[in-house]
Design a protein around this ligand. Structure first.
Ligand code: PYC
Length: 321
């Protein structure tokens, strides 16, 4: 089987987008298509993001026909362990990929995802903005007991994926790539503690700290579901941070939030109130607009042997709420 894909990176975080050669997903909604992918065609996820063709840090994506009338396409994101509801860096990579393939000129398009449609815009200068799905804080100041660390306090927030977001303190090393192993070990323990306490939906843990570049507002380290860390500021993680700041009354509507990643790459973020039907008490639902840039790194024809194709489904969807 021959499968065509384009590779890109967004602020250091790679995306591999499959645009030809994949099986059709026979379902009417994006959430059902994700289930069909997971149950019947999980081999496609494995062959495209796992070794030997991929690595733990790679996010894959499959372009599908749209499900809503106004959308240009659908997209399903996945990684080394399962599937993602949404992916911000991947959506930025998607628009640059569509442009590379000659399928998109600068302008806006609606993209269907398993957690709802997002509007993405390719600007004339090459930057990409996306209006994410409605995001909200579910619980602020949630505390968990973490072995060898003690009590940790953070916010439980939906940003298109579920995040636990906490401020670093003296127990954390500086948020630098050199310290990524230690940061990974600590955030893994925090996620395990959250799961033990019943917060199983949390698959991303985001640690916030002061920026190294004073032009930015904050720096982050984001642990992803498959235990790799995001090299970009994480589009859904930045969205979740914005929703948490709004819930705390710490980010006014007309301010731009500049989120720096552990590698120093930056997404800027703005927000507006989500329509009434998306409001869930007690905290306001917001639509974050995330802006960043991506670069094409390669075009790939994957050649898949029949032995690699089976129907063992993956265990996680990353969307349990
Ligand atoms: O940018 O939303 C994101 C993301 C999620 C996981 C990796 N990147």
């Amino acid at each position: 089987r021959h499968i065509l894909a384009v590779d890109s990176h967004t602020g250091g975080e790679p995306t591999r987008i499959i645009y030809d050669g994949a099986p059709a997903l026979d379902a009417a909604t994006m959430a059902d298509r994700l289930e069909c992918f997971r149950l019947k065609h999980d081999w496609l996820r494995r062959v495209s993001v796992e070794e030997p063709r991929g690595s733990d840090i790679l996010v894959g994506a499959l372009i599908t026909p749209p499900v809503s009338e106004a959308a240009g396409c659908g997209i399903i994101f996945f990684n080394n362990v399962g599937y993602l509801g949404m992916c911000g860096h991947g959506t930025i990579g998607l628009l640059v990929t569509l442009n590379y393939l000659g399928r998109l000129e600068p302008g806006s398009c609606l993209v269907d995802t398993p957690v709802g449609p997002v509007t993405a815009t390719l600007h004339e200068n090459g930057l990409v903005s996306l209006d994410n799905v409605p995001c909200h804080a579910r619980q602020l100041d949630l505390t968990v007991q973490v072995p060898d660390l003690g009590e940790v306090c953070g916010d439980l927030v939906w940003g298109g994926n579920w995040f636990f977001i906490l401020e670093m303190d003296e127990r954390f090393p500086e948020l630098t790539v050199d310290n990524s192993r230690m940061l990974t070990a600590i955030t893994l323990r925090i996620r395990e503690a959250l799961h033990r306490e019943g917060f199983n939906m949390v698959d991303h843990v985001e640690v916030s700290g002061p920026p190294l570049n004073p032009q930015n507002n904050s720096r982050n380290f984001v642990l992803c579901p498959g235990d790799a860390y995001d090299r970009s500021p994480c589009g859904t993680g930045t969205s979740a941070r914005v929703a948490a700041l709004v819930a705390r009354g710490q980010l006014e509507k007309d301010r731009t939030w500049r989120q720096e990643s552990i590698t120093g790459s930056v997404f800027s973020a703005e927000w507006r109130e989500a329509p009434e039907k998306y409001q869930t008490a007690p905290f306001m639902s917001v639509i974050p607009t995330i802006t960043g840039s991506a670069r094409i790194t390669g075009a790939l024809e994957m050649i898949v042997h029949p032995d690699e194709i089976d129907s063992v489904p993956s265990g996680t969807t990353g969307m349990e709420s």
